[in-house]
Ligand binder design. Structure first.
Ligand SMILES: [Zn+2]
Length: 368
């Protein structure tokens, strides 16, 4: 049963760049067949493609006891990988794009609900565009169609309950210079040298960030990265422009603004010796982290059901948006995050089945 659903889900190509209407249609048919009430939340993505968040409720309500949350989209796959949309079983594992991230969890959630009847209101929440910045979940968090008490968000964690996650912030930085012939540097100002001085300051900021510690995480502080840099037009021209990305992953106890403030202070300090410096910062993402108390009934229950101690992750998840819907949240699912997002993605069958059992017990526990 669970394998058949997963095979169906994997067969439907739902890479984030495509519309997720087909996979949502499939999920909705299955939900309606279980007598769930479905609600669609459509929107157009940046390319004008149709995207849909789907909510399926065990009864007509706006107050839900438990939500099981899975994203419908996947990262792209290599067209030469023949198993990508053709779920293949080998050595107790199921291979395919989305097998663990996150169609395995969705198949387990559907099967769990087919095998148990919630007495208190339960919701299945299927989101769009998770892999390209949690966009579907953010829309739901804004629309607030539901209040949710507890939510279980599917992501490959090898069934370890995850009770906290770091946030994710991104800024694109443009440093302006003044072009000149490199034989006469005094006639211009190199944007690359300016960027280099700022990056030096960012390295000091990264050191300072180590002082604000959150012991549940590894590493236990906000980290930052400059992943891309681009500038200049020719070897003998002082660069007129240099752009770089600044990415940081704040611990949930620290606002995303802290790093931005430290960076603008650094630019200010730089302008004391370089008064003409001009920097434009486009802070395009500020996704908050999340943290649920280790004493939460949700965490306690899942630790006991899985036999695994709860932990934390250093990446962003939809748990932050579920928190905005009023819920205590946990992230859990079959498969290993290190196997996701690559050719040969798989989910171990035993974990997939174990996940179904854990979700079934969760429904019985929280919705009875
Ligand atoms: Zn995922």
């Amino acid at each position: 049963m669970i394998k058949e659903i997963l095979a169906d889900l994997v067969r439907i190509d739902s890479v984030s760049s495509r519309s997720n209407a087909e996979i949502v249609g499939y999920l909705e048919r299955r939900c309606v067949a279980m007598n769930l009430v479905t609600r669609r939340f459509p929107y157009l993505d940046d390319q004008g493609g149709e995207k849909i968040n789907l909510i399926a409720l065990s009864e007509e309500t706006e107050e839900v006891e438990l939500a099981l949350v899975g994203h419908t989209d996947t990262v792209p796959y290599d067209p030469n990988w023949s198993e990508a949309t053709n779920l293949t079983e080998r050595d107790g594992k199921l291979y395919g794009r989305g097998a663990c991230d996150t169609k395995g969890f969705i198949a387990a959630a559907l099967t769990a609900l087919e095998n148990t009847k919630p007495k208190k209101p339960l919701a299945l929440i299927f989101t769009a565009d998770e892999e390209i910045g949690l966009r579907g979940a953010k829309r739901l968090a804004e629309a607030k169609p539901l209040r949710v008490r507890y939510s279980i968000v599917g992501e490959p964690t090898s069934l370890k309950p995850i009770r906290a996650g770091k946030g994710y912030s991104l800024a694109e930085v443009m440093v302006e210079g003044r072009e000149a012939h490199s034989a006469y540097p005094a006639l211009g100002a190199s944007a690359i040298l300016r960027a280099a001085r700022l990056i030096n300051r960012l390295e000091s900021i990264a050191e300072k960030l180590k002082q604000d510690q959150h012991d549940a995480f590894d590493p236990p502080f906000t980290t930052l990265n400059i992943g891309l840099i681009h500038g200049g037009t020719a070897k003998n021209v002082l660069a007129g422009e240099c752009r770089f990305t600044l990415e940081w992953r704040p611990i949930p106890t620290q606002s995303s603004e802290v790093v931005l403030k430290m960076f603008t202070d650094a630019i200010e300090a730089e302008s004391e010796t370089d008064p003409d410096i001009y920097v434009q910062i486009d802070a395009s993402r500020q996704d908050t982290g999340f943290e649920t108390s280790p004493d939460s009934p949700l965490i306690r229950f899942l630790e006991q059901a899985t036999g695994l101690e709860s932990g934390t992750v250093a990446f962003g998840t939809e748990a932050a948006q579920m928190k905005l819907l009023g819920s205590e949240a946990v992230v859990i699912g079959p498969g290993d995050i290190r196997e996701a997002h690559r050719t040969g993605e798989f989910v171990p069958i035993a974990e997939l089945e174990r996940c179904e059992a854990v979700l079934r017990q969760s429904i019985q526990h929280f919705c009875s």
